[in-house]
Ligand binder design. Structure first.
Ligand SMILES: C[S@@+](CC[C@H](N)C(=O)[O-])C[C@H]1O[C@@H](n2cnc3c(N)ncnc32)[C@H](O)[C@@H]1O
Length: 231
């Protein structure tokens, strides 16, 4: 069962404040707690999502078109998407905030590299990667920290490299207190309008090329944005 509570009026921006920097620790602990059940939940799911698979195939083509590698999957979770792109011939590695997720990803995909790290403080050298994917991980970053995260993405990518983002569409932020089989969580989930995310990307030095909206008839659609790091 998933349990999410809307944030109260005391925080009208819907984001945890800078003072409440415990949000990062809360996210880490939450995904450490649910790592196994999240992995069970996602293991078979990707194969049943043709639109996501098409977006990933397009991303792989964009990387091949620039003969690019390596490519970072930031917020990779159990590494199933990392492995899928690897199987499409992309030189992938994964980074995640949660040590338990990284342990799991290493166990499930021993031929791939996975490291613990945060997109808020990305420990990669400047211009060291060809492309970057962040699939449903930016949803845990409050608004005030998104420009910092996109600044890191821009810094670590080489000019002309493709970026793909997946996130929930909406205007609300919620505190999720349970998930993936009723496990306790304390993680903020931020829904966003694609135009807002695109504006942040442009401010950080990306050119936004395309967007896909998934599950338009669901209460919470998904969005995928494709962008390029400007030269
Ligand atoms: C909803 S899961 C998505 C996992 C995977 N990308 C997928 O598509 O299934 C969110 C993941 O983002 C990770 N995450 C959250 N905040 C992060 C951060 N600041 N840096 C890196 N990873 C983060 C979590 O630990 C979790 O594994």
């Amino acid at each position: 069962m998933e349990t999410e509570a809307p944030l109260g009026d005391a925080n009208p921006s819907g984001s945890p404040s800078r003072a409440a920097d415990g949000w990062l620790a809360g996210t880490r602990t939450s995904y450490d707690t649910v790592a196994d059940s999240y992995s069970d939940y996602t293991r078979e799911a990707l194969a049943k999502q043709p639109y996501l698979l098409a977006a990933l195939a397009l991303f792989a083509e964009l990387v091949h078109a620039i003969d690019g590698g390596p490519v970072a999957d930031v917020g990779c979770g159990p590494g199933h998407v990392t492995a899928h792109l690897h199987n499409l011939g992309v030189e992938m590695f994964g980074i995640d905030l949660s040590p338990a997720m990284i342990d799991l990803a290493r166990r499930e995909h021993p031929d791939l590299r996975f490291e613990v790290g945060s997109m808020t403080d990305l420990q990669l050298a400047d211009a060291s990667i060809a492309a970057l994917l962040a699939f449903w991980s930016l949803i845990h970053i409050p608004d005030y920290a998104v420009p910092t995260v996109f600044g890191h993405f821009h810094r670590v990518m080489r000019p002309g490299g493709p970026l793909m983002l997946g996130f929930h569409v909406g205007d609300e932020s919620r505190l999720k207190t349970q998930g993936y089989g009723g496990h306790p969580m304390k993680v903020y989930v931020h829904r966003r309008q694609p135009d807002q995310v695109a504006a942040w990307l442009r401010d950080a030095g990306f050119t936004v090329k395309a967007q896909m909206i998934l599950d338009l008839d669901q209460s919470v659609p998904g969005a995928i944005l494709f962008a390029y790091r400007q030269p």
